[in-house]
Design a protein around this ligand. Structure first.
Ligand SMILES: NC(=O)c1ccc[n+]([C@@H]2O[C@H](COP(=O)([O-])OP(=O)(O)OC[C@H]3O[C@@H](n4cnc5c(N)ncnc54)[C@H](O)[C@@H]3O)[C@@H](O)[C@H]2O)c1
Length: 324
């Protein structure tokens, strides 16, 4: 397949590109290397694939419809994997307009280009945050998702709805994958596991929001990549699928897992829970298992061990940026 991969220089996108190339696909990456975190990290992410003749990198914005038209003109895409987005729950509270523009208008721009060029297959990166503070666990795709707690969550839900409209009006095949907190090598530097690992290794206290009882259904990046590729292989109709580890862990226990992997004890600087944060995420993955054969394979202890090993191997530069 020839795939347009938006956001392909990011954490998940660069891992996916590598795997797609290994499986014999052609990958055309569009990414504007935005400044949400250090663009140098994104450059490093794409280094491994840049020399592959089946890989092409284009620096640009998904909101630039002329540029996207040029890409569709130059390549006969079979499908689009749309990962480009402004990520991050907490910063979206500070800048909702930007999140809406990139995540909603940007998605619409891509969908409209697909319509113009009659490319009707898309895998879209949605998020578990659309479930809001749902107390009903595990989260099912049929649960209501109309009470988002952050502009980021609202923007992902809005984009899912736009995807449905394009399926309805023009017969697009679109799977909206609700990823549950993704971790592993190349993880975004502002995310908790990256921050904690960096601080513990460097003898700094870690900043913990809340009493440690919040739980997250962490998902190893390799499992997410497999979920995306399995979706591409089975794309038919419009579906929303949970792609999670389906094995939540509390923040307090997560810190212990990282401490064991690093071999040091964390010093904790505790702050109140942040606006927009939810108490718990937990994926029901029966639908993804049935429809695309998705099954997470890396458990948290093993995933954290691999992440810390990768992190140590790259210690010559610091991933730490802002703390939220
Ligand atoms: N990492 C997670 O835990 C997680 C969880 C749920 C959903 N997601 C979603 O998965 C996708 C990938 O997330 P990630 O963690 O790899 O984030 P990331 O920030 O590492 O990757 C996103 C990429 O999109 C690019 N981008 C941003 N705005 C763009 C624009 N206007 N035009 C072109 N490119 C643009 C960025 O430069 C970046 O390389 C995102 O849509 C995110 O919302 C991630």
């Amino acid at each position: 397949m020839i795939i347009l991969l938006t956001g392909g220089a990011g954490f998940i996108g660069s891992s996916l590109a590598k795997q797609l190339l290994e499986e014999g696909h052609r990958v055309i990456c569009l990414d504007n290397l935005d400044s949400y975190y250090d663009p140098d990290i994104k450059w490093r992410n794409v280094q491994e694939t840049l020399n592959d003749p089946e890989y092409h990198f284009h620096e640009g914005d998904i909101r630039d419809s002329e540029l996207i038209d040029t890409l569709f003109q130059n390549y006969a895409f079979d499908a689009v994997v749309h990962l480009a987005a402004r990520a991050g729950v907490r910063p979206s509270v500070q800048d909702p307009g930007l999140y809406y523009d990139v995540n909603v208008n940007g998605t619409l721009t891509v969908l409209q280009a697909m319509q113009r060029w009659q490319v009707k297959k898309m895998v879209f990166a949605s998020s578990s945050s659309v479930y809001g503070d749902s107390q009903q666990v595990p989260f099912l795709e049929t649960d209501t998702a109309d009470r988002p707690l952050s502009p980021y969550a609202a923007s992902k839900r809005a984009a899912e709805l736009l995807c449905h409209t394009f399926h309805h009006l023009y017969g697009f095949d679109i799977f909206c994958l609700r990823f549950f907190t993704v971790y592993g090598p190349r993880q975004r530097p502002e995310m908790a596991i990256s921050q904690f690992t960096d601080s513990i290794l460097n003898g700094r206290p870690i900043t913990v929001f809340g009493d440690g009882s919040t739980s997250r259904d962490y998902t190893y990046v390799e499992d997410i990549v497999n979920g995306i590729i399995q979706s591409l292989e089975n794309l038919k109709g419009y579906e929303v699928l949970n792609i999670g580890g389906s094995d939540p862990i509390s923040l307090a226990d997560l810190i212990h897992v990282i401490e064991r992997a690093v071999g040091e004890t964390a010093r904790i600087n505790r702050l109140p829970m942040q606006p927009g944060d939810v108490q718990l995420t937990y994926a029901d993955i029966a639908k993804a298992s049935q429809l695309i054969g998705y099954q997470p394979s890396v458990r948290i202890e093993e995933g954290i061990r691999r992440f810390v090993e990768w992190y140590r191997s790259r210690l010559n530069y610091s991933l730490a940026t802002e703390e939220y």
